[in-house]
Design a protein around this ligand. Structure first.
Ligand code: UD1
Ligand code: CA
Length: 452
């Protein structure tokens, strides 16, 4: 059976108190609607229809994709009216309704729901709630067969006592949908066209409403305000932490770990507290990450060590390489195997060969540094002349004395040495010593000035 998915995302989200449309608010750095679209994709639908309204242009711009078709709902007249806007584009024989502000529903739950839907049967996702206030309630007959959904605002006291709530997520036979939506009325407490009224119509037409129950409240929670957004964020992070631990990662405190992107991990990885992983991160076996590190779009090869308070973006650490504490590796920073970068060292577009070292307080930008080369404290590659960037090349086994300024473009041959405090403006041949500083002279018997 073919599948069309409709995602409702037209609502305003007043309680967010935000200029940003609600569905663009992020969970784990990704818009809620993008989570829903990604989940929808995993169900291999024929087409994904997103119903937009408030902030339509921005939503369309941010989330445009080949397999997503946007449908405008100019006025928000209710969930039934919203689905009706997508109707002309629906062709599949099964239709799944999702919500742009309900980001964390598991694919397995939706697969279970879809398995319930066919030409004779609707699949309805319900949830058992401690406090069902605000939710539509599931009405069952004496045999437990679903008859209808009543919205909280339309419900009697007795109906409000029902704890089984409507998640809003349902799977329906596509051929029937048009007929049902066409018959919806808005004579109810909210004056809206309720999608939920479709349930009673299906029952009247002799269809069975089969229910699937959500694992927990969080996987069907929608974010109406920033408090719920924060709850969803924590739930997402708990899941991410659990997933990593089951893959062989030790998290010293799973409650103090944040994943804002995707990570692939090897075994026996150790991650200390307050680590944030962003974008695409690859972590191989036996890597150790110290506390308070931010690691974005980076690759950490086997046995690499990132010490406390380091910030990596677009960096690669080779096998057994280490950096930090307080290292800053910017895009294009690449450490060879066993290379070492210590505290307060910044690298940008700089490649360090195997076993090369920069222990303290240095800026290495647009540089190629050979194996085993040692960069003294206070070394700066002067790569920018105010208009253009230039490259520094150092061969293998170079020794840069402390506080050297290496003015690019410049090449230092293998085994070259620079004296501490040198300003190096010319190429240095292999094995040579470059001294680019004023010669020291001592003035004997020097008298310090005295106050007048
Ligand atoms: C809906 C369900 C309720 C369920 C609850 C779960 C109906 C009538 N009620 O109620 O049974 O328990 O969700 O959270 O469906 N939307 C549009 N266009 C519209 C109206 C809504 O796109 O014209 C979108 C909203 O942006 C929102 C979602 O649909 O994301 C739900 O709409 P909302 O009005 O909040 O429904 P609830 O009152 O929460
Ligand atoms: Ca709602």
């Amino acid at each position: 059976m073919s599948l069309d998915i409709v995602i409702l995302a037209a609502g305003q989200g007043t309680r967010m108190r935000s200029a940003l449309p609600k569905v663009l608010h992020p969970v784990a750095a990704k818009p809620m609607l993008a989570h829903v679209i990604d989940t929808a994709r995993q169900l291999a639908p024929r087409k994904i229809h997103v119903v937009i309204g408030h902030g339509a242009e921005l939503v369309r711009e941010r989330l445009a994709a080949d397999d997503v078709d946007f449908v405008l709902q100019a006025e928000q007249l209710g969930t039934g009216h919203a689905v009706a806007q997508a109707l002309p584009h629906i062709e599949a024989d099964k239709v799944l309704i999702l919500y742009g502000d309900v980001p964390l529903t598991r694919v397995e739950t939706l697969q279970g729901l879809l398995a319930q839907a066919n030409e004779q049967q609707l699949g309805l996702l319900t949830v058992n709630l401690v406090d069902p206030t605000g939710y539509g309630r599931i009405l069952r007959d004496a045999n437990g067969v679903v008859q209808a959904i009543v919205e909280h605002k339309d419900a009697s006291e007795a109906q409000r006592a029902i704890r089984e709530g409507n998640t809003g997520i349902l799977a329906v036979p596509g051929k029937r949908l048009g007929d049902w939506l066409g018959r919806l009325s808005n004579s109810n407490a909210q004056g809206e066209y309720y999608l939920t009224d479709v349930i009673a119509m299906a029952v009247a037409d002799g269809l069975v409403v089969a229910t699937e129950t959500a694992q927990d409240e969080m996987e069907v929670l929608g974010a109406n305000d920033r408090i719920q957004l924060a709850q969803l964020e924590r739930y997402y992070q708990q899941r991410a932490a659990r997933s990593l631990m089951t893959q062989g990662v030790t998290l010293l405190d799973p409650a103090r770990f944040d994943l804002r992107g995707e990570v692939t991990v090897g075994r026996d990885v150790l991650i200390d507290v307050n680590v944030i992983l962003e974008g695409q991160v690859v972590i191989e076996d036996n890597v150790q990450i110290g506390p308070n590190c931010v690691i974005k779009n980076s690759i950490l090869r086997k046995g690499a060590i990132v010490k406390a308070n380091s910030h990596l973006d677009g960096a690669e650490l080779g096998e057994g390489a280490d950096c930090g504490p307080f290292a800053r590796l910017r895009p294009g920073a690449k450490l060879g195997a066993k290379a070492h970068v210590g505290n307060f060292v910044e690298l940008k577009n700089a490649v360090m060969g195997e076993g090369a070292k920069a222990g303290h307080l240095a800026y290495l930008g647009d540089a190629e540094i050979g194996a085993r080369t040692n960069i003294g404290a206070g070394t700066i590659t002067c790569n920018y002349d105010g208009a253009n960037k230039h490259k520094t090349v150092m061969g293998e086994d170079v020794f840069i004395g402390s506080n050297s300024s290496i003015v690019a473009p410049v090449t230092l041959g293998a085994g070259a040495t620079t004296g501490a405090g040198s300003t190096v403006t010319q190429d240095v041949p292999d094995g040579a010593l470059a001294v680019g500083r004023a010669k020291q002279r001592n003035i004997e018997g020097w008298k310090r000035p005295t106050k007048k």
